[in-house]
Design a protein around this ligand. Structure first.
Ligand code: 0GY
Length: 310
């Protein structure tokens, strides 16, 4: 499995590489801010991509992630295992271990993972597992298998991160409700932002959070969800306007259960690569008050990923 040669890794046709020179954000992040959703890819020469992957990215290693963290003004990262690495969490663990305590991880694990391997992940800084239901990214795993994994990681004090398409929320909700840990939903459950904010699609997700206080949401991913897109020229208009009301409703309604992340290096975007500095500059439009910003960027992620420092 680990014998694949770097030379055989040819990027998926049309792959867009991450933005090498993002602008410096104008928004000054609160001290101690956490980028709570980002990834590392490879580098493939050291950490080969998984044979079962659905895409082959460009490399995006820990040094580059840490440089972005410092450039944007974040203090810490939560690195989420990307599907291109399958259940091989070595690149994620390596990044967490090299971060001097400034990165925690969310891993992907198979049902047959041993207790010893779970302990190794914990020691590296992993505090959650990701269950991915997006069909273009992963093959199907039966819910019963995921429930067994969840029961085991609950005993470690970890939580579950879930990624799914909005159309699948109704079917998946009973499963999420029964999970024995905090459940963090990636990209706000991927709402269709061309639909009304108060329409049934997004309100189903809001209802889920209203009635189930163990469900949290990440309110990043504007560049992935937006149909209006970024400004044509820097400063021309407010970017990603169409996503703002959706994120803002979640921040206003559940200020102690929201997280934000860059999603660097932005896998599978097809049109353009976002400027991570402009994404940070969106934050005060989503979390308007200094109190909300403190919760979104500092106290919520710290409670989940660095509880021992609280
Ligand atoms: C994201 C989104 C995507 C990919 C992954 O693990 C992954 O491959 O999460 C996507 O393609 O929508 O959050 O990074």
């Amino acid at each position: 499995m680990y014998a694949e040669q770097t030379a055989s890794f040819i990027k998926t046709p049309g792959w867009l590489d991450w933005c090498a020179s993002p602008t410096k954000p104008q928004f000054r992040l609160p001290p101690g801010s956490v980028d709570a959703h980002c990834h590392v890819f490879g580098p493939a020469a050291q950490f080969p991509y998984a044979p079962e992957r659905k895409y082959t990215p460009c490399d995006a290693g820990k040094e580059q992630l840490f440089a972005l963290r410092d450039h944007l003004g974040f203090s810490r990262n939560v690195i989420v295992q990307a599907t291109c690495h399958g259940y091989d969490n070595r690149a994620l663990m390596d990044a967490c271990l090299a971060s001097a305590g400034k990165a925690r991880g969310v891993a992907s694990v198979a049902a047959d993972i041993s207790d010893r391997q779970l302990q190794q992940l914990h020691q590296a800084g992993v505090r959650g597992v990701r269950f991915n239901f997006v069909k273009r990214l992963v093959d199907f795993t039966p819910p019963a298998v995921l429930q067994k994994i969840a029961a085991r990681i609950a005993a470690l004090g970890w939580h579950v991160v879930v990624y799914f398409e909005a159309a699948d929320l109704a079917e998946l909700s009973p499963f999420f409700i029964e999970l024995p840990t905090i459940v963090v939903v990636d990209h706000m459950g991927r709402p269709d932002v061309s639909q009304a904010l108060n329409g049934p699609g997004f309100q189903r997700f809001v209802e889920l959070m209203t009635h189930h206080p163990h469900i949290w949401a990440k309110v990043g991913g504007a560049e992935r969800l937006s149909l209006s897109g970024p400004p044509a020229l820097p400063g021309q208009h407010q970017p990603y306007n169409d996503v703002v009301p959706f994120a803002r409703q979640l921040v206003d309604s559940f200020p102690d259960r929201v997280l934000w992340g860059t999603d660097w290096p932005h896998p599978n975007l097809k049109q353009y690569m976002p400027d991570d500095g402009l994404l940070v500059d969106m934050i005060p439009r989503l979390a308007v008050s200094p109190e909300q910003q403190q919760q979104l960027l500092v106290s919520n992620p710290m409670r989940l990923y660095w509880p021992e420092e609280q």
